[in-house]
Design a protein around this ligand. Structure first.
Ligand code: GDP
Length: 305
């Protein structure tokens, strides 16, 4: 619940009072409608989704504007096909919590520098370890100076072993060692950190593809999960990058960080709509516990309560 207060505050301020009658809004109070539209756009919900939301509010048959709005927004967090079906049939959204149980034994974590990738790996390690999994890390960002040391410090704090490579060494070799070590030591889960330098983007993509191939070589079928870490503060720019990563590497999940630091928490809507990849977790602070499994209904509730 905590962590979304900036978005909540701005949304509520801009949208004005929401405890009003839906019918009244669409007939007499068009300025309320305009305020609401502007508030959604300002929260980075995106224009296509905003238009759909307002249409769904209008057709909802609900009396209370806030209630209709929350339902219409929750519907935007359903996968595309499901959303279209539900809208056509006028059903309420299911909005199930994303499955955060990893499918296999290796999660490859990718994302550009500064988005919070290393911190997120630490948080996830803690999350799964505290639920009884035996977790290992592989410090595959050998490019950013001190990234390996940073993960090493987290590992020590959390009691999670870290497979290290040399600074500037071959990231694929670290990933291979990590995947082999997880298998031979019988650990449940390996999280592989990767480089995120932005200049030399083409090389980065090639490197990530190689890391993925090499993990599969060490442990066939892995990585079963490839999760992209996205910084909510970067908004639409981050989304364009995310599409590139998805096209090139293939994503199975997204973690959205720094939602505590922005009023643009509505960005989760275009992430779901345009990427078509489930959001697994959200980051809401710098501490090791500031991570929550993504729950669409809870998320939307937290934007209004
Ligand atoms: P990396 O370069 O992607 O590995 O980024 P780091 O993990 O080093 O994180 C960059 C900065 O973002 C650090 O100062 C983190 O503490 C901070 N950070 C990471 N996740 C969050 C979050 O959810 N909220 C906030 N406020 N800060 C975060």
């Amino acid at each position: 619940r905590q962590g979304l207060s900036k978005t909540r505050q701005q949304l509520n301020e801009m949208a004005g009072p929401l405890g009003v009658d839906v019918k009244d809004v669409f007939t007499n109070r068009l300025e309320t409608l305009e305020d609401l539209e502007y508030a959604l756009i300002a929260a980075d919900v995106g224009s296509a989704a905003t238009a759909e939301i307002l249409e769904d509010v209008k057709n909802s048959g609900k009396k209370d504007l806030q209630e209709a709005l929350m339902e219409a927004m929750t519907l935007q967090l359903e996968p595309d096909a499901r959303r279209a079906q539900l809208r056509k049939l006028g059903f309420t959204p299911d909005a199930r919590r994303a499955t955060v149980e990893p499918r296999g034994s290796v999660i490859m974590m990718i994302g550009v520098n500064g988005v919070g990738k290393t911190t997120t790996i630490a948080k996830l390690g803690r999350y799964y370890a505290s639920r009884g999994k035996r977790v290992m890390f592989a410090a595959g960002d050998t490019f950013r100076a001190a990234a390996g040391a940073q993960l090493g410090v987290w590992g020590e704090r959390l009691g999670i072993p870290v497979v290290q490579g040399a600074d500037g060494g071959d990231p694929a070799a670290v990933a291979f060692d990590g995947a082999s070590a997880r298998k031979s030591r019988g650990f449940d889960l390996l999280m592989v950190d990767t480089a995120g330098r932005l200049h030399t983007k083409h090389n980065l993509m090639e490197e990530l593809k190689k890391v993925k191939r090499v993990i599969d070589k060490a442990d066939p079928g892995e990585p079963a999960e490839v999760w992209l870490v996205l910084d909510a503060v970067t908004g639409q720019n981050g989304l364009a990058q995310a599409k590139k990563f998805h096209e090139t590497i293939g994503l199975t999940g997204v973690v959205v960080t720094k939602l505590d630091g922005t009023a643009k928490g509505g960005i989760v809507v275009p992430i779901v709509r345009e990427l078509g990849v489930p959001i697994k977790f959200i980051g809401v602070g710098e501490g090791p516990d500031d991570l929550q499994p993504f729950d669409a209904r809870e998320f939307i509730k937290a934007l209004f309560d």
